[in-house]
Design a binder for this molecule. Structure first.
Ligand code: FES
Length: 100
């Protein structure tokens, strides 16, 4: 398997509904992660980019949250209508895969 140069980590952490905000419970980020992965796959970005679900990334409040590494570009407070725009931004930032 080829190592991706860029990983978009999407927080899918779930806390109980009676707990403080979390990306999965409050914003359904598992489905958003799937939409982002599908958008990246449809554009053929797989050698350069992996979209991965993640545990809590830290900020929690005003989520959901995702971060593109190693660029350290954050995406927050998005919904399903933003997924294509996020992948547009990612596509402009990511570095070519040198691990092929
Ligand atoms: S629960 Fe998603 S960043 Fe903390």
């Amino acid at each position: 398997m080829t190592k991706p140069n860029n990983i978009l980590f999407v927080c899918t952490n779930a806390r109980g509904a009676d707990k403080r905000e979390s990306c999965e419970t409050s914003h359904g980020s598992s489905e958003l992660c799937k939409s982002l992965r599908d958008a990246a796959k449809a554009r053929g970005l797989k050698p350069e980019l992996r979209v991965a679900s993640s545990s809590c990334l830290g900020p929690c409040h005003q989520g959901p949250h995702a971060v593109l590494m190693p660029a350290d570009k954050w995406f927050s407070g998005f919904d399903a209508t933003d997924c294509e725009t996020i992948i547009d931004s990612v596509q402009q930032i990511i570095t070519p895969n040198t691990n092929v």
